[in-house]
Ligand binder design. Sequence first.
Ligand SMILES: *[C@@H]1O[C@H](CO)[C@@H](O)[C@H](O)[C@H]1NC(C)=O
Ligand SMILES: *[C@@H]1O[C@H](CO)[C@@H](O)[C@H](O)[C@H]1NC(C)=O
Ligand SMILES: *[C@@H]1O[C@H](CO)[C@@H](O)[C@H](O)[C@H]1NC(C)=O
Length: 525
Amino acid sequence: MWKIALVIFSACYSVQSARYLGLFPDAGGSHYILGFKLMRALADAGHDVTFVSSIKQKKPLVTKGNFTELILEDLHVDTSEGMVDTNIFEFMKESSITILGYASSILFKSSNDTMHHPKIKQLLNSNEKYDAVVMKHSHNDALKIFSAVFNCPVIILSDVGPNNLINSVVGNPNEISYIRHYNTPGNPEQPMTFLERRYNLILYMAEYLCAQYHTLPVHQRILESVINNPPEITDLYNNVSLVLLNSHTSIYTPQPLVPNMVEIGGYHIDPPKKLPQDLQHFLDDAKDGVIYFNMGSILQGKDMPEDRKKILVNVLGRLKQKVIWKFEEDLPGKPSNMLIKKWLPQQDILAHPNIRLFITHGGLLSIIETIYHGVPILAIPVFGDQPANAERAVYSGYALKLDYHGNDFTEKRLNSLIDELLNNPKYKDNAQRTSKLFHDRPMKPLDTAVYWMEYVVRNNGARHLRVGGINLPWYQYYLVDVALFVLVPLLIGLIVIVIYIKKLVKVIVNYRYRNENEKMRKKNY
Ligand SMILES: *[C@@H]1O[C@H](CO)[C@@H](O)[C@H](O)[C@H]1NC(C)=O
Ligand SMILES: *[C@@H]1O[C@H](CO)[C@@H](O)[C@H](O)[C@H]1NC(C)=O
Ligand SMILES: *[C@@H]1O[C@H](CO)[C@@H](O)[C@H](O)[C@H]1NC(C)=O
C-alpha cells in the first residue's frame, strides 16, 4: 500500500518538469565544473536544461531529462593578456588593487564578448520559454537581462561563501563589526580591534562604491550596445530569487543568512571512482603514506620560479613518504619517491586511505575536497582569498601555512612544517572532526541544491523569501538618516550651550574685572 502511495507521491512531483537556462559562458577550470555539476543535476532530476558554456562535454550525457549544450566558440578569455613578461606567481605579488583591477577588466571584456556573441543574440531574440535562469556571480550582471527577456526568476551560484559582494544582491546583512572582509586573513574567533574594524569598514565601503558606481554602469552600457531600451541595470541587479553558496559553516566563518541564501558546499564532489592503474599501485604500495601536492589549475607547477621549485623538490625528495605532484612538464632530477602528472583525479586521490597530507594553494574547492575526506593541509597561499582560507584552516586546527611570498619560505621551515603535520596526530584528528561537521546535514548538498532550484520554479520565483532590506539605500539600511536626525539637534543644542557658557564666563570675568578695577580705584584714593 505504502509503495503505491510513494509512487503517486513521487509522480506528483516528478511530472513537474521545468526548463532551466544555465549561463556559464566564460567559466573555465573549477568554475566550469561547479556550473556543469549543478545543471547536470537538474537534468538528472528530469528537467530540460540548456547549458551555455565555452567548453564542450566529450560525450553526450545520459540523463533522465534533457541536457542541451549551447557552446559559445571563440569565447576564449586570455587570462595572460595584460600580464606581459610576468610569471603568474610573480604577478600575484602585486597589490590587491592591481590584481582586482586586472581581474575586473577581464571580466568586463568577457561579459561584453558574451553579450555580443551571435548565439547569445539569437537566444535573446528567440521565442524560447524558460522557467528559470541559473548563472554564476562574477561581475556579469548584464546576463541578468535573460530574466527580463524570458520573464522568469534568476538563481545565482556563488563560487564562495557569503561575502559583501553577493550579500548586497539579496540584502544579506554585512556584519562589518565582526566578520572580516572575505579576503582579509585573521582569527575568526577573536574580536577585531578598533583599527581592524576601521580597515574592514573601508574595504566594505570601497567595494560597495566600486560595484555601484563602476561595475553596474559598465554593464548598463554593455546592455545598451546589444538591445534597444534595456531595463535599468539596477533593477536587474537584485531581482534575484535564490543564491546558492558553494560553502559550509563548518569551514567558513559563521554568519547570518537571509532565507533565500542556501549553503550547498561540497555538492560538486562525486563518490570516489576507481583510480587509473599506475596511481592505484603507487598509492597502495606506499607503506609510509603519500603526500599529495597540487596548486590548482591557474598556478601551474611548471610556472613556479626555480628557487621555490628547488626548495620543494629538495625537501619532498628527502621524505620517506611518497609524493604525487601535479606538474605539467618534465622535472629534471625528479626524486625517486615522486610521481608527477599533468592531470590528476584529485577527489579520488584524496579518498585513498594512504594519503597523509595535502599541500595546496588553499583555494576554496581544494579545502572543501580535503575536508570532505578528512585530510590535513599544508597551505601555500599565493593570492586572492587563498591567504584568508589558509588562515581559517589553521585556526580550525587541521592545517599549517607557509606564505608563498614570505621570507621564511626555506628548506628548513618547509621541512619542519611537514614534519609537524605528519607526526602530530592533532591535525588529522581536527581534519576528521571538521569532516564530520561538514557531512552532518539533513540532506546531501546536491539534493539541497536541486530542491531549492525546483522550489523557486514551483513557487513562481519565491518572492516571499526576499527581505525588505534589498530595496533600501545604505543610509536607510544602516539608519544613518535616523542617527543624524537624533544627533544633529543634540549637537546643535550642545553648540548653543557651549556658546552661552562662553558668553556667561565672559560676562562674569568682565564683571569681576570691573569690580577689581573699582576696588583698586577706591584704594588709590
Ligand atoms: C526533451 O527534448 C525532447 C525533444 O526536444 C522533448 O520531446 C522532451 O519533452 C524533452 N524532455 C523534457 C524532460 O523536457
Ligand atoms: C563590446 O564589444 C563590441 C563588439 O565586439 C565592441 O564594438 C564594443 O566596443 C565593446 N564595448 C565595450 C564597452 O567594451
Ligand atoms: C524580475 O524577476 C521576475 C521573476 O521573479 C521576472 O518575472 C521579472 O521579469 C524580472 N524583472 C526584471 C526587470 O528583470
